[in-house]
Design a protein around this ligand. Structure first.
Ligand SMILES: C[S@@+](CC[C@H](N)C(=O)[O-])C[C@H]1O[C@@H](n2cnc3c(N)ncnc32)[C@H](O)[C@@H]1O
Length: 331
């Protein structure tokens, strides 16, 4: 507990908040205390360090103390502030969605690089707005992958699926926040099973989605083999942690993030086979698949792309040197 004191200045409260989080073994305790204080005050970091003597109101002190206590008990900072930055954009996060991680930005980089290469090979300018492109994001969560790509490719259309309706509602709000909701069709679906037949149905026409309510559809019938491929790009960061790893996860993750977003099966990589089979069915020839990998998934997942369906398989490491993104092209 932050000790009650007459000194309710920014400097003193921050110091006491940091001490309480350090005591509770919170990772990055200084940053967490700063972010919570900034959240309570509605200020930025420059203000914080320029006004160390500023006195907080009793209400602000109480709110800060409550947030510090919740953080010390294990709630992620992002659940307390309700936001996380990804690809330079601010995303709403709730306990219904995975908190976007920095390593997922490699999925965006690889997708954009592969699309640019495809344009180069076709003799078109590498930097395109994505005219005519149909892109799928499987397991969209907060919507961070679809929305970041939609900002980079302002003429492309998207289909973003998730099995969690609660996650889709958050993703829809994020799409509205970033003014891309009219180009993303959100669909409640197990992987791509509910994606309707016909490329034109996969993405909404501009302006057809009402802004007031989430555009979330549930189509019961699975796709059948005679239907034609739809997408130019399928991107996914699927759940990839093994259930047997659960007990060793940090409490912030294990106790507060949705298990449907974390666990991909007993080993963790179980979802990839189905994901790759469905992507092969739904990609156009020359279409691109970009998958985020768990820290030890590569040996189990890469062989799934060693079939006549796929070519140009490539692996990208993250900043820690872990194979993080697997990409391939549909033959
Ligand atoms: C690791 S999270 C990724 C969320 C977001 N794309 C990101 O990168 O932060 C995986 C997401 O896939 C969803 N999911 C899990 N199993 C699924 C399935 N079989 N079909 C569709 N979505 C699924 C989860 O609900 C969760 O939102």
């Amino acid at each position: 507990m932050i000790e009650l004191s007459l000194d309710n200045s920014v400097r003193s409260l921050l110091k006491r908040g940091i001490a309480q989080l350090r005591e509770a073994d919170v990772p990055s305790f200084t940053l967490a205390a700063e972010l919570l204080l900034l959240h309570v005050l509605g200020r930025n970091r420059t203000w914080l360090y320029a006004h160390p003597e500023e006195i907080l109101t009793d209400t602000e002190v109480q709110r800060f103390c409550d947030l510090i206590a919740r953080r010390a008990a294990g709630e992620p900072t992002q659940h307390l502030t309700g936001k996380q930055e990804f690809w330079g954009l601010e995303f709403e996060v709730t306990p219904d969605v995975l908190i976007p991680r920095p390593e997922t930005e490699h999925v965006i980089e690889v997708a954009l690089d592969r699309l640019a290469l495809r344009e180069l090979r076709a003799g078109r300018p590498q930097k395109s707005a994505g005219e005519g492109l149909q892109i799928a994001d499987i397991g969209t969560g907060s919507g961070c992958i679809a929305i970041a790509l939609a900002k980079e490719l302002p003429a492309a259309n998207f289909c973003a699926t998730d099995i969690s309706p609660a996650a889709l509602a958050v993703a829809q709000r994020n799409a509205q926040r970033h003014a891309v909701a009219d180009r993303i069709h959100f669909l409640e679906s197990n992987l791509l099973y509910a994606v309707p037949a016909g490329a034109q149905q996969a993405a909404p026409q501009r302006g057809k989605i009402p802004n007031s309510a989430p555009r979330v559809d549930l189509l019961q019938s699975p796709i059948t083999s005679h239907q034609s491929p739809l997408f130019d790009l399928v991107a996914s960061n699927p759940p990839y942690i093994g259930r047997r790893e659960g007990p060793s996860l940090p409490r912030e993750v294990r106790d507060h993030e949705p298990h449907a977003a974390l666990f991909g099966g007993e080993e963790g990589y179980e979802l990839y086979a189905d994901l790759i089979t469905q992507s092969a069915r739904h990609l156009r020839p020359g279409g691109i698949l970009v998958l985020e990998l768990g820290h030890s998934s590569l040996p189990a997942v890469q062989p799934l792309l060693e079939t006549p369906d796929w070519t140009n398989v490539g692996v990208t490491n993250d900043l820690a040197g872990i194979p993080r993104v697997l990409a391939a092209e549909r033959v």
